[in-house]
Write a new protein. Structure first.
Length: 304
């Protein structure tokens, strides 16, 4: 991979892709590997797990071991269509559709989706960025909790970590993270079939009630007793936020055998962590992330 600035790189590569696409289009008549029809979107020359309708094309990609399960022909769409790319990954990271310059965060159990109006023909790289984990050695790498902090961390306490138990109710959780300035993130927690029970902490399990636990990059930060939580002190870069719903006695809860949890990736813009009050952001969210792997998953080929 060329080590030149992100935007400069695309100033070079996009024109090349457009030229390549033009050349490819000229050769469509003699290509034998992957038929492409321009007059009937329901004729389905595709082999992947996808559906095509008159106005939208849905493509589902599964990423395992940093590789895509889709063949080249599966990533062909017609110019002018609305395209919905859904990514299921076994590792947290970010999908980047080059050219259109669209991104989506993915994590295990949390698919990422990129929706685009394929107005421009060409071949557009789909890359998977994997970010460095939080630096456990750095003292500022550990985010601080600003509320609901408990001195007693029951995940590393005297007793063994409680086993997961069945929720006993059709509970569900979803989270939305709002990145504020200087390493602060507001996390909104949306629950179904669930009552927050802050006064019942440590009491026996009551189906459909309890509290939550919040983690950053796999490290437990705090118990949560309300549908919003403010994280502070996150370092610049990418972080995974995870929230589990827990019984009063701190078991992780299972629904249909799966832990009831929600995850999301956030990117903290650069700010000066040693001098509070200084200008926090260079305005370019990509600049501070340390990408430890960039995997090319394929090209979205938009045909005229
Ligand atoms: Cu707990």
């Amino acid at each position: 991979m060329l080590r030149i600035p992100h935007h400069a790189r695309w100033a070079i590569v996009v024109p090349l892709l457009l030229i390549a696409a033009a050349l490819t289009a000229c050769q469509t008549g003699v290509q034998s590997d992957a038929p492409f029809t321009t007059n009937d979107s329901t004729q389905a020359p595709y082999t992947a797990d996808r559906q095509t309708s008159a106005d939208a094309t849905l493509i589902n990609m599964t990423i395992a071991n940093r590789a895509s399960d889709l063949a080249r022909a599966d990533l062909r769409v017609r110019q002018g269509q609305t395209v919905r790319l859904a990514f299921d990954a076994d590792e947290a990271g970010e999908i980047h559709l080059h050219g259109y310059d669209l991104t989506a965060a993915v994590a295990p159990g949390q698919p990422g989706v990129i929706t685009l109006d394929a107005h421009t023909a060409g071949g557009f790289g789909i890359n998977f960025h994997v970010f460095a984990p939080a630096d456990a050695a750095a003292t500022n790498g550990k985010p601080a909790a600003s509320n609901d902090s408990h001195s007693h961390d029951h995940s590393s306490g005297h007793a063994a970590k409680p086993e997961s138990i069945d929720a006993g109710a059709p509970i569900a959780v979803a989270i939305a993270a709002q990145v504020e300035s200087k390493g602060t993130v507001d996390v909104a927690i949306d629950t179904e079939a669930w009552q927050w029970a802050p006064d019942q902490v440590d009491a026996p399990h009551v189906p459909g009630t309890g509290h939550a636990h919040i983690y950053v990059d796999g490290v437990k930060i705090s118990r949560v007793f309300a549908p919003s939580y403010r994280l502070t002190g996150l370092t610049p870069g990418a972080h995974e936020i995870r929230v589990t719903l827990n019984s009063n006695n701190h078991h992780e809860l299972l629904r249909d055998g799966l832990i009831v949890e929600a995850r999301t990736l956030v990117t903290i813009p650069h700010y000066d962590i040693t001098a509070a009050g200084s200008a926090p952001d260079d305005g370019h969210g990509h600049s501070s992330r340390e990408i430890i792997a960039e995997v090319h998953l394929g090209n979205l080929e938009v045909y005229p």
